[in-house]
Design a protein around this ligand. Structure first.
Ligand code: SF4
Length: 436
């Protein structure tokens, strides 16, 4: 029990585990299943997903990443599970209905290969001995042999390789044992194996699945001086090149004293994390590019306005948008119009011209959209627009409260599938915002 306490507590800083996206029916003689909507989720008070048994194989680590509670130079209680113990605990928790799946990570034991072998041993026991058919997310260990990573991917639903820090410079300063190649290389391998597996499955229906729920990664926000612009550019590059399912952002929580890091009394930048999730959403669903939302001159998000509103306010020349003629892509850029309401507008206007009343019924948030649209070439009756009213209306009640200091917010979103070994210069082009 003590081991479990230590190794679940040590795993809580990893946020790259929020959903499954993998479908597998129950099987005779096997325990568990997975669904495409993800396993059941619950979120802790700080917003982290707690529905999986999220545990480390060991919190002992031979590396010394400055931001990590488990780094070798940090004097914390250490513990380690054997593969048998991991498999046994997972089965016990699953049978008692405590969990729907397993998120398994680990500190680096002797070396990346040995650690990966231990992870494989645990998952082989679960899959082959206990016949566990439920969801498993496993952390790929940077630097491990390709053949081992390939075996690991055949046992897991999702894999993740954490980037941790958004620039090579920060990585070199805070995680000296890691390198950009050691992170991007396994990421590329997993991407390629997933692609190959898709074509294998088309040819052979019973071909074993390789990480069917794809891969994700995590970036720590606020441990290094990197800007939102750098983080978002890297995020966009990772989606494009490695077809990641999700990039997760984790507000840095000071856990160790280090002259290279923010002081221990620094609050986790949760609002910044939230803005990055909103921007990530715009990249994946709304057709935005990172360099439309931020640039070198304005490298960080406005805390008072969400990124879409901020973009609209700074691009007033593109508005108003006539609801009855605007292309779908432009409707998506109107604050207050989401993917679903944009789809409804396109469908509904085929039957006749829409007015503001009809828009409200279609789910448009007129409080925001009114400043950016016309219906039948007319603005909303009685609408008065001044810089002040515009900004106040675009800030939600929560955002207005942010004008008082010390208010933080956060949220997490669902998955969406938005391909590749790293090429020379990948990292630099992502982090410097070069366009592909
Ligand atoms: S590799 Fe770095 S981040 Fe991972 S457990 Fe070890 S010290 Fe922590």
């Amino acid at each position: 029990m003590e081991k479990l306490e230590i190794l679940t507590a040590s795993a809580k800083y990893d946020v790259a585990c929020t959903s499954s996206g993998s479908t597998r029916k129950g099987q005779t003689g096997a325990l568990g299943n997975t669904t495409a909507m993800g396993i059941c989720h619950s979120f802790a008070a700080d917003g982290r997903c707690i529905s999986l048994l999220k545990v480390l194989m060991t919190n002992g680590c031979i590396y010394d990443c400055a931001y990590c509670i488990n780094r070798k130079s940090n004097p914390v209680r250490r513990a380690a599970f054997t593969p048998e113990e991991i498999a046994d605990i997972t089965m016990q928790f699953y049978r008692r209905n405590y969990i729907e799946g397993l998120f398994l990570s680990s500190g680096i034991m002797r070396n990346p290969d040995y650690t990966t072998e231990q992870l494989i041993a645990a998952l082989e026991l679960l899959r082959n001995v206990y016949r566990f058919n439920g969801y498993i997310h496993v952390k790929a260990i940077p630097g491990a042999d390709d053949a081992l990573l390939s075996r690991l991917g055949l046992l897991a639903d999702r894999m993740s390789v954490n980037i941790e820090l958004p620039s090579q410079e920060s990585l070199g300063r805070l995680a000296p044992d890691k390198s950009k190649v050691s992170i991007l290389q396994p990421m590329g391998l997993i991407t390629n194996r997933i692609k190959e597996n898709r074509s294998d499955i088309v040819k052979y229906n019973h071909a074993p699945r390789f990480a069917p729920a794809g891969q994700s990664t995590q970036m720590i926000v606020g441990a290094s001086p990197d800007t939102d612009y750098q983080i978002l550019n890297l995020t966009e590059g990772l989606y494009r090149k490695y077809a990641l399912k999700r990039v997760f952002f984790s507000a840095y929580t000071p856990v160790v004293e280090d002259s290279l890091l923010p002081s221990l009394d620094t609050k986790p930048p949760l609002l910044r994390e939230h803005r990055l999730y909103q921007a990530d959403w715009l990249l994946r669903f709304y057709g935005f590019k990172a360099n439309e939302l931020l640039d070198e001159a304005v490298p960080n998000f406005n805390p008072l306005l969400d990124p879409k509103c901020s973009w609209a306010v700074n691009h007033r020349e593109q508005f108003p948008v006539e609801i009855n003629r605007a292309p779908y892509e432009m409707l998506l850029r109107v604050p207050g119009i989401g993917v679903r309401s944009a789809q409804r507008i396109v469908k509904a206007r085929r039957a006749g011209a829409l007015d503001f009343h009809a828009l409200k019924k279609l789910g448009v948030v007129l409080k925001r959209a009114q400043f950016f649209i016309t219906c039948k070439d007319k603005p909303l009756e009685g609408l008065k627009v001044s810089e002040h009213t515009l900004l106040r209306s675009l800030m939600s009640g929560e955002q207005l409260a942010l004008q008082q200091p010390q208010v933080e917010q956060l949220t997490l979103f669902d998955d969406f599938n938005l391909s590749a070994l790293p090429a020379a210069g990948d990292w630099d082009s992502f982090t410097k915002g070069a366009k592909a």
